[in-house]
Design a protein around this ligand. Sequence first.
Ligand SMILES: [Zn+2]
Length: 292
Amino acid sequence: MQRPGHYIEGLDLFDPAWTNPDPVLALMQWDCVSECKYRCMHETLGRFLDKGRGVVKFYGKWPFTRVLGMQELVSSLTSFGNAVPHAYYLLRRDAYAPREYYMSLPLLWFTLICINSWFWSGVFHARDTPFTEAADYFFATSQLGYSVWMSAHRMLHDLTPSSSRLSAPLLLVLLSLYCYYIYHMLFVLFDYGLHMNINTGLVVTHYLMWLVWAFLLPTGRSRPYRFYAVGFLTLVLLAAACEVFDFPPYRGIWDAHSVWHSLTVPMIPVWYFFWIEDCKWELRGGVKKRDS
Ligand SMILES: [Zn+2]
């Protein structure tokens, strides 16, 4: 009798010693089970297409064509691409985070957190495993949560320099919530819906904070460069709207998610333009004026 796993030539799910004969695929951890799933998916998809049915999702994900062992080539490369502007500004940190500027350390951490988060996004899109998926989710949330804290820290400083003392307890609260979120995802339920709700809440909170600062608070309204911050966040939200058009991957590699990741790469410098201008403004006299 034919055992499950034998219906694809060269694959034996019962052979623990099986390694992928293709060295690149072996390097990318395509073991027997994942290789079997991938080939079965495309064989099934081929039959659907032969019968005139459209492309369907498998286990909630579009069927991508892997390239050099990378599952979602474009999303992976563009995720790494998103880390590049951050890495560039890390090298130019004197422009936006010099030591004299009170946002120096928070901004440096922001850049490092973003590089880390985009790196793991690139790894996850290259190879979807439970580990890389968790890393992508957790670090994406770390980037959004940290952005909310860093922005609050900056805005609190506008009230009076002493009000930025509230930043430390706020950071503690956000860190505790972050730890609880990781605990829940790892040990209670790995809930994609919860993850998305938290991240959406953080994105909306962050956007509203900057809208209030730029258009309602006198400090923000007096800054001509406020449009860099609002413009950047608006563009990112518009790019994220691409996800609404959740179309199947064109030629097996271009899907809506990859378009959204591609669009954000050239937007990132705009966020740094804001901090460069803010740094100049604050060091030029804003801080001195408030302290006197
Ligand atoms: Zn992604």
